[in-house]
Design a protein around this ligand. Structure first.
Ligand code: NAP
Length: 392
């Protein structure tokens, strides 16, 4: 490791499934992914259950024995050795837990979706601004090499102007057999349902292409170049079916039209608890000169396929370019977003260019609108943008 590398000191808030995957990834040596400018240290974890649970979490993840184990989130945010806190509670709790961190002056990486609604996200952003700290929604998808290359191909015009994106994240679950109604994915008290948990990924695929590609109104309709103007949010049409026992959504389809690019390019994001994203391409990006497809779950892309066409001639390339990006170092790929946090903090940036504050707000507003159109309302306690509330 170069002596010039910057070390980011992490505190982990909650000890559930994704906290373990993320923390284990933090401990992968960055040189295995050819990263030499930043590195990570796990200095503490906290469990709302007990300090013993935090201790055994740290040990299961392989963290050094010097890492502190706390039995409350309040103790974690008071630890002066921590630079940034990773919030990994259910999304019903993100707003209260992230506010606790920000108010204590800590930088925050918070799991997706950033909050339950846009009002909460706006308050987090205002607090991060006021405290002068970093805040990022942990959409790990954005930082995979495959995503970066697909964005670059699209920006360079490899498929011409993008007209449509179709993206799906569906879980292929036997809902009644696999989960109790109290499970995080079904439980309204934990902001359950397909949209916020899974649908946020296909929505992110649409945003990470079309929101970023938007041209100013005066730009040619054939432009593929990003605009320096502030991107416009999409108009939204949607439909949803519900899981009757709890009232959360189980199938949701969202049609987004981005007015600022090509006079209205479209994105269709679908999500279901029951069907599978893995029976064909989960992401398809269509342009005038071809298409980019991604196979497998869209949250952690490790491949793409570029298929070109000659407009007007009807000929489709018979040998699509296929590229694979195996995740190195035995990790899951969550370290890519951690590297982004380290670089932002090293460079004094308070938000990431890959998923900035305005974009997280626009995504939450999109999901608010989908919920409004389909009457999906969570309990007042978790929709509230008041802070603090007891019991979080
Ligand atoms: N990036 C991804 O690919 C990915 C994958 C899965 C989930 N996620 C996101 O990560 C978040 C957590 O998901 P998860 O699967 O890790 O959940 P999980 O396994 O249920 O863990 C959540 C943890 O939050 C803490 N917690 C605090 N209050 C809680 C409450 N009232 N009910 C349940 N847990 C509570 C618990 O830890 P303590 O007892 O230690 O406090 C619990 O272990 C969600 O927002 C989800 O959308 C992201």
């Amino acid at each position: 490791m170069s002596s010039k590398s910057y070390t980011l000191r992490w505190g982990i808030l909650a000890t559930g499934g994704i906290a373990k995957t993320f923390t284990t990834d933090l401990l992968v040596n960055p040189t295995t992914r050819d990263v030499h400018d930043v590195t990570h240290a796990v200095v503490a974890a906290a469990s709302s259950t007990s300090a013993e649970r935090a201790r055994s979490f740290l040990s299961d993840c392989g963290a050094p024995s010097s890492a502190a184990a706390y039995g409350s989130y309040a103790e974690l945010v008071a630890d002066p050795n921590i630079d940034i806190i990773y919030v990994a509670t259910p999304h019903s709790h993100h707003f209260q837990n992230a506010m606790l961190c920000l108010k204590a002056g800590k930088n925050v990486l918070c799991e997706k979706p950033l909050t339950v609604n846009a009002a909460q996200t706006k308050k987090l952003v205002a607090t991060a601004k006021q405290k002068g700290v970093f805040l990022m929604e942990a959409v790990w998808t954005r930082f995979f090499p495959a995503t970066k290359q697909v964005q670059q191909l699209v920006t360079e015009g490899a498929i011409g102007p993008v007209r449509r994106i179709v993206a799906d994240f569906s879980m292929h679950s036997d809902v009644e057999k696999e989960w109790k109604d109290s499970h995080r994915l079904l439980n309204m008290d934990l902001a359950g349902g397909a949209l916020l948990d899974l649908g946020v990924y296909p929505i992110n695929w649409v945003f990470q292409i079309l929101y970023h590609l938007q041209s100013s109104p005066s730009t040619s309709s054939h432009s593929t170049q990003p605009s320096s103007q502030n991107p416009l949010p999409p108009t939204v049409t949607s439909s949803m079916t519900k899981y009757a026992p709890t009232g959360c959504d189980e199938n949701t389809t969202v049609l987004m039209t981005f007015p600022g690019y090509n006079g209205g390019s479209q994105g269709i994001a679908t999500t279901s608890l029951r069907t599978s994203s893995e029976t064909g391409p989960s992401v398809r990006i269509y342009g005038d000169k071809g298409e980019i497809q991604i196979d497998g779950l869209p949250c952690h892309p490790d491949n793409y396929r570029l298929i070109t066409v000659n407009p007007g001639e009807g000929s489709v390339s018979r040998q699509p370019k296929e590229v694979r990006f195996p995740v190195p170092g035995g990790g899951k790929g969550m370290f890519y977003e951690a590297d982004e946090c380290a670089r932002c903090l090293r460079d004094g940036r308070k938000e990431s260019e890959s998923i900035g504050w305005m974009e997280s707000i626009a995504i939450m507003e999109t999901m608010d609108e989908v919920r409004r159109q389909n009457g999906l309302v969570y309990p007042e306690r978790i929709e509230s943008a008041e802070y603090p509330l007891e019991g979080f």
